[in-house]
Structure formats: C-alpha cells, structure tokens
Design a protein around this ligand. Sequence first.
Ligand code: PMP
Length: 429
Amino acid sequence: MPERAPLGVPELLELDRRHVWHPYGPMPGRAEPLVVESASGVRLRPADGSDDLVDGMSSWWSAIHGYRHPVLDEAVREQLGRMSHVMFGGLTHEPAVRLAKHLVDMSPEGLEHVFLADSGSVSVEVAVKMCLQYWRSLGRPAKQRLLTWRGGYHGDTWQPMSVCDPEGGMHGLWSGVLPRQVFVDAPPVEFEEAYADLLRETIERHAHELAAVVVEPVVQGAGGMRFHSPGYLRVLREACDAHGVLLVFDEIATGFGRTGALFAAEHAAVTPDVMCVGKALTGGYLTMAATLCTSRVADGISRGEVPVLAHGPTFMGNPLAAAVACASIELLLGQDWQAEVKRIESGLRDGLAAAAEIPGVRDVRVLGAIGVVQLDHPVDMAAATRAAVREGVWLRPFRDLVYTMPPYVTDDADVARIARAVCAAAREG
Ligand code: PMP
C-alpha cells in the first residue's frame, strides 16, 4: 500500500473549513468541528489527544450497540470476504433476503414487503411514491397530497421536506416551492378529544385529495423532540380507514427499541400501511434504510397501468450494509434490550431531575432511551457543546433543546455522566 502522510489536526481543520460541507453548514465552514480519530464502545476519541468523550447522541440515533462492536465488526469483515456490493437489478443475495425477513418478522403485523433504500430521506421518498402510485393504480390520481402535523421532520430530500414544518421547521427556505401539503397543529402531549376531532375532521375534509397521512409516531425528533400520546395513532388509523387514506409511520428515529417498544407503533397497537426505518437499522455502521408496506399497497401498485415501483438506487440492498443490519438486529433481539432501555430511561430520569431547577429551563422529558431538556430561549450551541465536553460527553444541542439518546450499552455511570453534561449544557447554553 502507498504510504500516506498523516495530516495534523490544524491542517485537517483548515482543509475541512475550506472544502467540506457539514450538515446545515455554510461554505467555507465557520464552526470548528471536533476531529475524531476513532471510536470504541460508547466513547469517541478526539484526534488532538484530549480525553475520550462519551457519545450521548449515538451518532444521531444510530449506534445503538456502540462503536466497534466485535459482532458487528465481524459481520462486516465476513461479508467483505464475499462481496462488498453488487447491483440489485436482476440479482439478489442472502444478506438482503435475510434482512427483509427479519424486518417483516419484527415489524407490526401485516407489513410484508421491503424496499431497501440507502438513507432515511430516500425511504420516505419511496413511501410517498408508493402511496401516490397506489392511488394512481386504482384510478384515483387526484389523491396526491399528504397530511401531517406541524413540528415533524422527515428528511432533506424533496417530498420529505414537504412534510416537515414549512414555517417553524428547518426547511422554511423552500416554502412556496415544495409540494403544498395539509398541516394540522403539532399534537399535544396528553390525549385531548378536541385534537383527536381536529385530526378526524381534517382527514375527512381532505380525503378526496389525500394519498396518505405521514407522521412520526410518539416522538417528533429533529423538528422539536416532542412526545405525544399514542392514542392519536389509533385516531389516525381509524380515520384513515374510514375515509380511504393510507397511513405512513416514519420510524427512522423511533425504531429498534428507542422508545421502549421495538417500534413506536406498538405503543398504540397500530399497523401503518407503510413504515420507514433507518438510522439504527445497521447499528450505525453503514447507510441503509427501508420502506415496508402491506400487501394491500403492493398489490394495488402491481395492478396499475405501470405495475412496478419505479425506484432503484444504485446501492440498493448493499450487501455489507444488509449483513451488518442482520447482525445488529440479531444482537438486539438476542438480549433483553427492553431491560437496557428501561435502565437508561430510569438513569436519565434520575439524572435530569436536577435540570428542572435550572433557570431558563422550560421542560424536562424522558421516554425510553431519550432525554430532553427544553429551554425558554435558543441555545448557544458552541457554549453548550463546550460545557458538555468539559463533562466528558459529546452532545449536539440545537434550537432550544439539549437532548440525548445514548447507545443502549451505556453503563449506569456513563448515563449519569451524560445527564450531568445535559444539565451543564442547559445551564451554560
Ligand atoms: N425521518 C426522521 C424521523 C429522521 O429523524 C430523519 C433523520 N434525522 C430522517 C427521516 C432522514 O433520515 P436520513 O438523515 O438518513 O436521510
């Protein structure tokens, strides 16, 4: 192998600033990112030689088993010895087939067919496409709008952006250009009959033009880290059934145990017509997501004038990603993951109780392995991040939120440390 001169941290940062886009970042870059040299267990190792940081973010919900897990490393290595990628058109392979079977077996009853997308946003694009195409196939092309509640987040490509909150959300820049969807207010935390009525009435009123309702069940993630009653999911299911509208659950953040149920839909015992998963699907190892649908949706599409789902990314069904996804799911289901998530939930509840006393804190909430402190002012991201790093923890506060969703393998001492860091960030942000 050719020798490669290592780059020092200052040089890396300068090149990064000049050439590399970061999420929601300007160019050239303004913020100074932390250079990570490696990661292991729940710890990130900074390249500047400073102390390891406990990862309170699971790399945005994904690294549920931590980093460099021996079982997952081995799954990738083993698959690498066979093939890292092969086209999925006309070919298939064991990792993809096994993954589809795992997903069908573990998902709410009735979801039978799996499209292996390459990112969460694409899985939502595919979900929307499935719904629109379903109604076209049934001779109802007017049913092409989507209903959602405000405060959602579904990704950064076009259709997903259109169901994010156009005014309060991250994609306000594009309001007026994106497809115009139907919005209702964000759901209240507790079940309120008046809000349930609003959902029912809006679905009924727009049913003639609605292809689907698209929501994040139980937890609205990047749009505001809000929780809501699972009762609303039952209301959506009943109203969608009554008025001929499909129901899509975006479980990209909530899936694979994060809320204490394998999928948040289980809190309401509801099966959506289409479900998107991603993030923790591969244990955070590789980019892969999936869109699952019922036979009703798949059969509907197959009966249409164009009887195929016209979507086929180059890296669809990537064998490396599929192999590590299988290993991650087997690892999760092979242990008492509920106990681990409960343990983290109670650690976060104990540790974050102190946050309620901090001046400027508006709300503290915990569900499963998710802890949120909401401020009454926009957080100073740099100051809050520095405060967390001083406590030995990596967090990514944003808007008015300091929040954490640790890997499920985080031990009690590290959960307590993360909670202390969240409090420090809330105090100093
Ligand atoms: N839906 C939800 C609920 C998400 O949290 C995200 C990612 N934050 C997405 C969709 C988009 O996924 P990706 O970033 O993998 O495109």
